[in-house]
Design a protein around this ligand. Structure first.
Ligand code: 5GP
Length: 145
């Protein structure tokens, strides 16, 4: 998929937002949804998406939506750090297939990092058990301020 293509309303995240396929939610409001990545690159890998925008990449997104997404990413990262106590974390955001993007609904990744744990590959990590993700999501949600 190129950087410049129409938004596909049947992409996986659009279907998650419509409730057509399940996800493990961390928190949501009228503008954003934070949910667990089902192929986590590290324990506690969370995704942040807009509920209202049809932006595919950072190039398309409306500035007010981007502001809400970045604020939600910061809010969620604070909760991830409080709940899971990683040594650090990464914010990732991929654009276009050549840029590593695999789902074409704009999103930010929060990937907690521990000094002694290697990062699993983007797009190569094994699928996590829903119960494991639920437990992590509950801990992160409890730390949301
Ligand atoms: P991208 O490669 O577009 O930056 O990131 C897409 C992310 O979505 C990947 O990290 C991948 O593991 C995750 N992902 C793919 N399919 C699903 C799914 O059905 N549910 C959830 N929760 N995450 C998904």
């Amino acid at each position: 998929m190129t950087l410049h293509a129409p938004y596909d309303p049947d992409n996986i995240f659009a279907r998650i937002l419509r409730g057509e396929i399940p996800s493990v939610k961390v928190w949501e409001d009228d503008h954003v949804l934070a949910f667990m990545d089902v192929f986590p690159q590290s324990e506690g890998h969370v995704l942040i998406v807009s509920r209202t925008s049809s932006a595919r990449t950072l190039l398309d997104v409306e500035p007010d939506v981007l502001a809400r997404l970045t604020a939600a990413t910061q809010r969620t990262a604070r909760a991830v750090v409080k709940a899971l106590r990683p040594d650090g974390f990464q914010i990732m955001q991929f654009n276009g297939e050549a840029g590593g993007q695999t789902v074409f609904h704009l999103h930010f990744h929060i990937v907690p990092r521990w000094a002694d744990r290697p990062l699993k590959g983007h797009g190569h990590a094994p699928m996590a058990e829903p119960a494991t993700l639920r437990g992590l999501a509950d801990r992160i949600a409890a730390a949301i301020e």
